[in-house]
Design a binder for this molecule. Structure first.
Ligand code: FAD
Ligand code: NAP
Ligand code: FMN
Length: 619
């Protein structure tokens, strides 16, 4: 790593940078002095080891408070040549990979700058020589919220020519969506269009992203070292660094949580089942913030496993090997493989095996719409039944994707519930093609009702969905259906914090009688002054559908006044229909009550989003 100071004056090797005024502001005089004494005279490899150790410690203590490093005016050394890594993420996978790439590159002696896309100053693009972009796809082929501005800029006419730039893109996605890794793909094409040169080919990562990501990362570090080594002033080669200790808990090391409560929230007569689940985190030490989600590792339903065995005419006890692991077929099907969500690779293999012209056409550009409809309407078992194919059990085991965890917004605040996490789960359970269909994780959770039930869980932090730091700020929360879950956590948190800010909830469901989720809790909160206003929209209690956006429009004057007064605005729940409709209603409200043109209302809402006062968690 370069040892140039901000002014470009070389320090003798081994001498650490003096502790900056920022450091003493952040740490206080005493700790800052201790830090100075600790790093004094340490050789570079020890300093690097220490940074890894501290990073590991930070990971163990939970998610980073972004604004601290991001907002701090840290004087940065300006090396002669550096690698810039930009990530765009919703659920932190891309961030985790970008941080790993940074550590690996630094361990190879490279100077690295790492940015979240929303923090990247786009005017610097023309100064970059080497750029790695790690970005996921969200919504229906959309960028993650933190990357919208960056992606819009790159795709706009304002984007500069980038002939000086070498780059590579790692896309994250899920092949059960029609627009698989769309954002990575589009940016890869656009950077090349702007004149930049690919340093290595783009890679697209599916839900089980580790193997592809690892290959791309390792190669990316090697290629970056080749590019930068001759120009990196210090040309330090420090290939081996003690890896930061792995975090104690996470996706790959879940906590086994006991189910304390599992009760139906929806009443008799409701045509869907939504449940309240309380989990004990025991003495795991697992902590979360309101706005975070809980990752849940499910097991497949025994009924569905039996259906697969029957369609395959296979023996569940038969040993099958995949990736060097041998397990009985039944165990593969129950614990390891995705049995519900259809994805493109599975369809490709099934279309070939079944020799179905209809399926094969869906995989061509002309069949795109039919493919999209198939992904939405058919589970894997439907494919096997409707278009029979001569699968062997072994081939199916090797073709199906690995079972992926599902996310659930946490519906509680630890300030109120301590070592528990509460969830609000809509159970996917419907009939199609004459048979009952269940959603893997929601059904799994719904059926954990016995004594001593256990669920493997981990925290998925979401720093972009947080109550205001200032408890005096008002909040407007729009959460129909299970979208209400994080707002239960928000209201608990704000009540426990005791701020002066008001809380206004917009909630909607089909029927008042059977689907007013947490009705008594809201009424109680209103009485106690923990909730200040509630606006309800029950869609099926009258002839015309009424949705939350109608209430937003009706109460637009007050909504606008709250926003003008500095309120934070949150939307959670359905991404496909509700979130865009609510967005459109907000534009109407702002334009009507703020006397603004549509463009100005759009711009006003965008500013709110940039200030993180309009935050969404939609799925
Ligand atoms: C950040 C985040 C937070 C979330 N929070 C919550 C939450 O608080 N509460 C909650 O209930 N969910 C929440 N979800 C959704 C949740 O993660 C699951 O996607 C959902 O429970 C369905 O998963 P499953 O395993 O039960 O169904 P899957 O096994 O994934 O579904 C299988 C297939 O069934 C079909 N299908 C799925 N749903 C339906 C449906 N309603 N009608 C018809 N067909 C369908 C589709 O073809 C799908 O591919 C959240 C998602 C995200 C990303
Ligand atoms: N794949 C699918 O076909 C499908 C279907 C339903 C839900 N989901 C998903 O299932 C999960 C849980 O859903 P949920 O049961 O909690 O709630 P939900 O389906 O989002 O329903 C909650 C309320 O929102 C209403 N709603 C429907 N369209 C709306 C719109 N455009 N704007 C505002 N409100 C709207 C519903 O009314 P009505 O139901 O009366 O229209 C209902 O009253 C979500 O992830 C959702 O995306 C998927
Ligand atoms: C609501 C939602 C929508 C998604 N839409 C897409 C999509 O359109 N295309 C795709 O390839 N992946 C899609 N994904 C999958 C994510 O890209 C994938 O989970 C990825 O690993 C997330 O990375 P991140 O944590 O860095 O955001 C979607 C995921 C969610 C939760």
């Amino acid at each position: 790593m370069s040892s140039l100071s901000a002014k470009g004056v070389a320090r003798p090797p081994g001498q650490a940078a003096p502790v900056s005024p920022f450091t003493s502001t952040l740490l206080g005089e005493e700790r800052s002095g201790l830090l100075q004494r600790l790093v004094e005279g340490l050789p570079p490899e020890m300093l690097q080891w220490l940074s890894g150790y501290l990073a590991g410690l930070a990971a163990q203590r939970g998610p980073l408070q972004e604004s601290v490093p991001a907002a701090a005016p840290v004087p940065q050394a300006v090396p002669e040549a550096w690698l810039t890594i930009i990530f765009g993420t919703q659920t932190n996978n891309s961030r985790m990979l970008a941080e790993r790439l940074k550590s690996q590159a630094e361990a190879s002696g490279l100077s690295v700058r790492l940015y979240r896309a929303s923090d990247y100053p786009v005017r610097e693009l023309q100064k970059e020589r080497l750029l790695y972009l790690i970005i996921s796809t969200q919504g229906d082929g959309d960028p993650p919220d933190d990357s919208r501005g960056f992606v819009e800029f790159l795709l706009s006419k304002k984007a500069p020519k980038l002939e000086q730039l070498r780059f590579s893109v790692l896309g994250l996605g899920d092949s059960s969506y029609p627009k698989y890794c769309e954002v990575g793909r589009v940016l890869d094409t656009r950077l090349a269009q702007l004149g930049a040169t690919r340093l290595q080919e783009r890679a697209d990562c599916d839900v089980d992203f580790e193997p592809v990501a690892k290959g791309w990362l390792d190669h990316a570090v090697g290629r970056a070292a080749e590019e930068l080594a001759p120009r990196t002033s210090s040309a330090v080669v420090t290939p081996l660094r003690t890896a930061p200790p792995a975090p104690k808990h996470g996706k790959e090391a879940p906590v086994v949580a006991e189910v304390l409560v599992n009760q139906r929230l929806t009443g008799r007569g409701a045509n869907k089942e939504t449940r309240h689940v309380e989990l004990s985190l025991g003495d795991s030490g697992l902590t979360y913030e309101p706005g975070d989600s809980l990752g849940v590792w499910p097991l497949n339903a025994p009924e569905l496993v039996a259906d697969f065995l029957s369609v395959l005419s296979a023996d569940g006890a038969a040993e099958i090997t995949r990736d060097g692991r041998s397990l009985p077929l039944k165990q593969w099907l129950t614990e390891e493989l995705e049995l519900t969500k259809l994805s493109r690779p599975v369809l490709e293999r099934h279309a070939a095996l079944s020799k179905s012209a209809e399926l094969q056409r869906m995989l061509t550009p002309e069949g795109a719409e039919a493919f999209r409809a198939l992904l939405k309407s058919h589970q894997i078992i439907d494919l096997l039944r409707i278009w029979p194919a001569p699968w062997t059990a072994a081939e199916l085991v090797r073709t199906l994707r690995k079972l992926a965890p599902r996310s659930y917004s946490i519906a509680s605040s630890q300030k109120r519930v301590g070592a528990e996490a509460h969830l609000t789960v809509a159970v996917v359970d419907y009939t199609a093609f004459g048979t009952r269909h269940m959603g893997t994780a929601s059904y799994f959770l719904a059926t954990r009702t016995g004594d001593e039930e256990r669920v493997r869980v981990f925290i998925e932090p979401n720093e972009r969905f947080r109550v205001p730091r200032d408890p005096a700020r008002d909040v407007i929360m729009i959460g129909p259906g299970t979208g209400v879950a994080p707002f239960r956590a928000f209201v608990q948190e704000r009540a426990e914090t005791g701020g002066k800010g008001r809380n206004w909830l917009f909630f909607g469901e089909q029927h008042f009688r059977s689907q007013f989720l947490y009705q008594t809790e809201w009424q109680d909160a209103l009485k106690k002054g923990e909730l200040h206003r509630i606006s309800l929209a029950f869609s099926r209690d009258q002839k015309e559908k009424i949705y939350v956006q109608q209430r937003l429009r009706e109460e637009g004057k007050d909504v606008y006044a709250w926003l003008e007064g500095g309120a934070h605005l949150y939307v959670c729940g359905d991404a496909q229909r509700m979130a865009p409709d609510v967005h459109a209603a907000l534009i109407d409200v702002i334009s009507t009550h703020g006397s603004k043109s549509r463009e100005d209302a759009e711009a006003w809402l965008s500013t709110l989003r940039d200030e993180q006062r309009y935050q969404r968690d939609v799925y």
